[in-house]
Design a protein around this ligand. Structure first.
Ligand SMILES: C[S@@+](CC[C@H](N)C(=O)[O-])C[C@H]1O[C@@H](n2cnc3c(N)ncnc32)[C@H](O)[C@@H]1O
Length: 270
């Protein structure tokens, strides 16, 4: 199968991408090749990526460009639909999706500010079909001073908050987590690129299931050979107030263990 790098090199018009993107794109986009998908790219500039996407996805794909600079309208002569407007405007997206309807893939290669990236994800997520993708390029901007970062409101901080929301779907996490993610099934992070997989069919609150197999009553060794082991045994064997005291002690012990992990965060080698 054709690689995105081949389509990039085949494009008659200029496109600029990070070389690390091609492997990531092939990994997540491969299954859409040859299908009648609607693909939106924010940021048209010299038009080269529009031709790249058409070449990669094939003639059945509907490629749409979004660009602030009205000169991009000229690409309509080549069969692309072009919408001009500001990706940071919620109103722009409301009008856009009213006209275009649901899409399969949206790629944000626009202005890369926190505001532009976050508004684009927040508005587009409701209009991506189940099984589709929302991809944000150049997320290294979240680490650049010229974009006002680092900031608690950077795009990557926003993406991390979606990790919390995904875990909010776990039945036991109803207290202390953010509201669960309802559109985003999973998130993949690549260098300078974040990929959200949209699938509402898979975002219900999870349930614990058992396969009905035979239990050999094996002992869970999670706390084996540490202080938590004794405390967890006490929690299991006691009742009422005493049990609550042991639970508190166990929590304190777990916090003590967590604080010993600091070295793995300050001297990361992964
Ligand atoms: C990095 S370039 C796009 C490059 C193109 N996708 C490629 O691969 O060659 C970014 C484009 O986003 C456009 N842009 C910047 N801010 C924007 C905004 N707020 N809304 C829409 N487009 C914007 C710029 O005018 C510029 O053409």
């Amino acid at each position: 199968m054709k690689t995105l790098r081949e389509s990039f090199d085949n494009s008659k018009y200029l496109s600029v991408k990070q070389d690390s993107y091609f492997d990531a794109y092939d990994k997540v986009l491969n299954r859409f090749v040859g299908k009648p998908v609607t693909v939106v790219e924010v940021g048209v500039l010299n038009g080269g990526s529009l031709f790249m996407w058409r070449d990669y996805f094939g003639e059945n794909a509907n490629i749409i460009g979004v660009e602030f600079n009205p000169s991009a309208k000229k690409w309509e002569e080549h069969g692309f639909r072009i919408f001009t407007g500001d990706q940071a405007s919620e109103e722009f997206w409301d009008n856009f999706f009213k006209e275009v309807g649901p899409v399969d893939i949206l790629i944000d290669d626009g202005g890369h500010t926190n505001h532009q990236q976050i508004v684009t994800v927040q508005k587009a997520v409701h209009h991506i079909r189940d099984g589709g993708l929302l991809i944000v390029e150049d997320t290294h901007a979240s680490y650049m001073k010229s974009f006002g970062n680092p900031s608690p409101y950077s795009f990557i901080a926003f993406a991390k908050s979606i990790i919390d929301r995904i875990h909010g779907r776990y039945t036991g996490n109803t207290r202390g987590t953010k509201p669960p993610a309802r559109q985003i099934h999973s998130v993949e992070f690549f260098e300078s690129m974040t990929v959200f997989s949209i699938d509402r069919r898979k975002t219900k609150m999870s349930e614990i299931v058992r396969n009905g197999g035979i239990s050999s009553n094996a002992v869970d060794y999670r706390f084996k050979k540490n202080a938590a082991e004794r405390l967890s045994e006490k929690v299991e064997s006691s009742k009422g107030l005493v049990r609550n005291i042991y639970k508190k002690l166990l929590k304190r012990e777990m916090r003590r263990q967590n604080s010993s992990l600091k070295k793995y965060f300050t001297n990361i080698d992964v």
